[in-house]
Each structure stands twice: as C-alpha cells, then as structure tokens.
Design a protein around this ligand. Structure first.
Ligand code: AMP
Length: 256
C-alpha cells in the first residue's frame, strides 16, 4: 500500500463531500472497534491494523484535530467541540454523533474499518449498534487494550506526534532518531495540547466514568477481545493478530 493511500481518509477527515482514494477491496472486510484508555496506544495499533488488514482507520479525535487545521472557519458546533477537546473533556454525544452519522458511508468502506476513539460513551455505543444493525454491517470484534493507570499517564505525557504524517513517538520509549523531527517524513514533532498534565487528569476521569462501562456492554454482546497493552507496539500488534486469528480463524486473510 502506498504512503498516499495509507494516509487518505478524506471522507472521514473532511466530511462526506470529500472523496476518498478508493481503498483495496477486501474479501472479508474487517470491522473493528478499539477500546482502551487514552494513551494506551489505540492510534498506533489502528494504524498497524490498517496497514495489515486494509481497513480504514477511523478516529474521531483525528476529525476534531483536522478541523483545527482547516482553512475554513469551523461551524459553531465544531468550535464548541474543540473547546471541550482542549480541556481534555469529552465532546457532547449529540455533536459527536452528528459528525459520525454524516460520515456513516465510511462504515460501508470496501476495505472495512477500525474505529479508534469512538464510541466513548454508552449512548454512542448504542447509536453505533443501531446504525450497524440497520446496515447489516456486523462488528468482527471489539479489542480492549489493557494497561495499568500509571503506565498510561507516563505514555501520554511523553508522547510526541508528527504534525505532518501523525506518526507517534515517545520521548523515552520510542524516540525519533531525528530529535524533534519525524523519522518517517521529517515533520516537526509536537506535544498535543490534551497530552499536557492538566488535560491528562481530566481525560482519565472521563475514561473511568464514561468509557470503561463499554467493556461490559461489548462483553455482553460477545464481542470483547482483551489484549495486554504492555511492551512495544510490535509486540502488542502481534498479540492482537494472534487473538484475531484465534477468534475468527481467518488465517488466510492475515497471512497475505
Ligand atoms: P483521541 O485522539 O481519541 O484521544 O481524542 C481527542 C479528544 O477528542 C478527546 O479527549 C475528546 O475531547 C474528543 N473526542 C474524540 N472522540 C470522542 C468521542 N467519541 N466522544 C467524545 N469526545 C471525543
């Protein structure tokens, strides 16, 4: 898959008026949800899953961040959403759902999808379930990345993101060999506003209160797949693939 293809999520990031580069069709498109506290590495795993399985990486956080960079001025609802994001608080369900619903064609993507950062509340999970049930697009699994709290806080505060290609590094765990610049594309690395200590506390509270209950929701639906999220991204990814193989026995797809 080319770099350009890898990074194209135009309809998701810019809204339904934008046209995506057509992804490769998958015989059995993977439809996954990634759960886990902020900083547990969902974005990195979603990217790796995308590269391996061809499924489109759909991150609601990326939509909000893309809105901060666009030339046109954001709508009042989006402006309000960005204010929540800056504080590390959850954006209200109605705003998030409106944004996701108008991008729902992405759920029919012929490459499949990996949802990252959505759903984050029971209301969002119920809305998503209704939509996917109506469209007959069953989820293959919900991967729950598990890590102790203190390790998560360390990951978040040391995380650095490339402003160009969005590659993620860690100041000690996975430093860029190019210092303050990205190894992949040379872009400048920055610390996300919501990775600063005051926002991290708010985000962890929001996770405990609103997102952790989703674990039981998806367990009850028989979709939950717990994965230990310690170790390198490659190790976590290997665990994820093994568990997906065991769960669905789609070894032929994974080996290609
Ligand atoms: P993330 O990159 O997934 O950590 O998201 C960054 C921020 O965007 C979060 O801290 C929230 O402020 C906001 N956000 C992203 N997705 C959601 C969601 N599904 N529900 C509410 N807020 C969200």
């Amino acid at each position: 898959m080319s770099e350009q293809n890898k990074n194209d999520r135009a309809a998701w990031l810019q809204g339904p008026a934008a046209e995506c580069l057509i992804p490769e069709a998958q015989a059995n498109p993977w439809r996954l949800v990634l759960l886990g506290a902020p900083g547990v590495g969902k974005g990195t795993q979603a990217d790796l899953l995308h590269q391996r399985l061809g499924a489109c990486h759909l991150s609601t956080g990326d939509v909000f961040r893309a809105a901060t960079r666009t030339d046109c001025s954001p709508s009042p609802a989006m402006k309000e959403a960005l204010e929540y994001m800056r504080r590390g608080a959850l954006v209200p369900d109605a705003t998030v759902w409106e944004m996701v619903r108008e991008r729902s064609s992405c759920f029919r993507c012929r490459g499949g999808f990996v949802l990252d950062g959505f759903p984050r509340t029971l209301a969002q999970a119920e809305s998503l379930k209704q939509l996917l049930d109506d469209e007959k697009l069953p989820l293959a699994a919900v991967v729950n990345y598990e890590l102790p709290l203190h390790e998560i806080v360390d990951r978040l505060s040391g995380r650095r993101t490339c402003e160009k290609c969005k590659a993620v590094f860690h100041v000690t765990g996975q430093p860029s060999q190019s210092g303050d610049f990205c190894d992949r594309c040379g872009g400048r690395l920055f610390q996300r506003e919501d990775d600063r200590p005051e926002s991290v506390t708010v985000r962890m509270d929001a996770y405990e209160r609103s997102t952790a209950p989703l674990i039981q929701f998806y367990r009850d639906l028989g979709l939950l797949m717990p994965i230990a999220a310690d170790g390198s991204p490659e190790k976590i990814f290997a665990r994820t693939l093994t568990a997906l193989e065991a769960r669905l026995n789609w070894k032929a797809d994974l080996a290609s």
